[in-house]
Ligand binder design. Structure first.
Ligand SMILES: Cc1cc2nc3c(=O)[nH]c(=O)nc-3n(C[C@H](O)[C@H](O)[C@H](O)COP(=O)(O)O)c2cc1C
Length: 169
């Protein structure tokens, strides 16, 4: 298989980081991939706030009340959207691009919710994003200090040909 595609298949959430800093150009490139995601009617409602300041990185999990590993990441990318009709789909597409790009750069990352959480507005305010804008997720990134581990449902279990009833690979 094409090496790039194989890399994409291997992406998993990483929640432990070495503490090694990540170069600014690498973070910029990761956000650049987010910016190129598919978006309804090409609205591109997203903004990306990259937090690298250590005190701010420590404050983020205080606000969420979970995902303490954000404090140990080299950076945390906040995906924030203008409240368009399709902001959640658009923001999610951009977020997945960011996860894949981080992995392709040899970094670990994890999607941390997010839009439906009670703390979403506090995070928006914390980084000074405009009122009404929606937090899609926080994505801590850093050089990985753990091996990924979750099981995935098999292709045979989730793939249906022509109708739902027909599952055979
Ligand atoms: C919408 C969404 C919200 C998530 N929120 C969290 C979260 O708050 N904390 C966390 O540790 N992981 C979170 N995750 C990561 C999932 O736990 C993870 O993607 C899932 O277990 C599958 O593992 P994988 O990413 O390694 O494939 C979230 C993922 C998604 C898509």
């Amino acid at each position: 298989m094409n090496e790039g595609l194989q890399l994409l298949k291997e992406r998993r959430s990483i929640r432990a980081y070495t503490g090694q800093p990540v170069a600014r150009e690498v973070l910029e490139d990761i956000v650049d991939f987010g910016r190129l995601a598919a978006t309804a009617m090409n609205e591109q409602p997203w903004e990306f706030v990259v937090v690298t300041d250590k005190a701010m990185l420590r404050k983020l999990p205080e606000l969420t009340g979970h995902a303490q590993f954000i404090a140990t990441a080299a950076a945390c990318i906040l995906v924030i959207c203008k409240p368009t009709v399709h902001f959640l789909e658009d923001g999610s597409a951009a977020s997945e691009h960011i996860l894949l790009a981080a992995h392709a750069h040899g970094l670990g990352a994890c999607w941390v919710a997010g839009e439906k959480e009670g703390y979403a507005d506090a995070i928006r305010q914390f980084v000074g994003a405009p009122e009404g804008y929606r937090l899609i997720c926080l994505i801590p990134v850093g050089y990985p200090a753990e091996a990924p581990g979750v099981e995935k449902r098999s292709l045979g279990e989730v793939l249906h040909w022509e109708t739902y009833a027909h599952r055979q690979l």
